[in-house]
Design a protein around this ligand. Sequence first.
Ligand code: URA
Length: 233
Amino acid sequence: MIKKVNIKTIKLIKFYKFINYNLIYNNKAINRYKKDIFQISGNKSDELDKLKKSISNIRNCELKNNATKMVFADGNPKAKIMIIGEGPGSNEDQEGVPFVGRAGELLNKMLASIDLSRRNVYITNVVNYRPPDNRRPTEEEINRYLPFLKKHIEIINPKILVLLGSTALNALVGNEVVISKARGKWIEKQFGECKTSIIITFHPAFLMRQPAQKKMAWTDLKMIREKKSKLKI
Ligand code: URA
C-alpha cells in the first residue's frame, strides 16, 4: 500500500534538512539544539591557540624541561571571571589541566559556595609548567611567563580577576605588597584593552595548611559574589 505523504510532512522534512536535524537532541520546545557553552568566536579561539603555541615554543626553561605537560587553562573562555593560581602541581602536570589535585578540590568548593563552577569561570596559572618539587617559581621564571599571562588576560577579557596567593599577587600587582594587606580589596587595573577589577585571596593550598584563614577567604568570596551580582555577571 502506498502511503500518502501530505504537503505538511514534506515541508517539515525540508525544514529539518534545512536546519540540519542531526543537531536536534531534545524534542522539548527549549534546549532543542545541542549547545556548546564553551564555544567561542573564531578570533578568541585563534588567539588562545596562538598563545598556547607561543608558550610551547619557550626554550631553555627549567620548568618546561622538567615538566610532563603544559598546563594552559581550564573552564569557560567566555567567562567574565578569571582565576589565576601559581603553577601546576604533580596532578596538573600529569593531566595538563590546572587545579585538579587537592587544592583544586578545595577551589571547586570555594567556587560552589558562591554559585560558581568551572562552567562560568576561566582558570590559569602564573607559570604553565610544573616547578620541580613544587617549589615556588623564581623571579626570573615569573618574568619569563608574565607577557604570556598578560596576553592571556587580554584575550579572555574578564570583568573580575581573582588572584590566588602571593605569587599571582606579586606577578600582576607588584612585589611591594603582602597578601595579608592586599587581600579583600578591589584594585582596578588595565591589561591592554582589558579593564578589570582584581581581588586577591588566599591560595587553596595555603588554606589547607592554615584552615583558620578560611574565614578571611569566605569574606573575599562574598565580595566576589556581590561584585558579580552588581556587574550582572
Ligand atoms: N596550585 C596552583 O597554583 N595551580 C594549580 O594548577 C594547582 C595547584
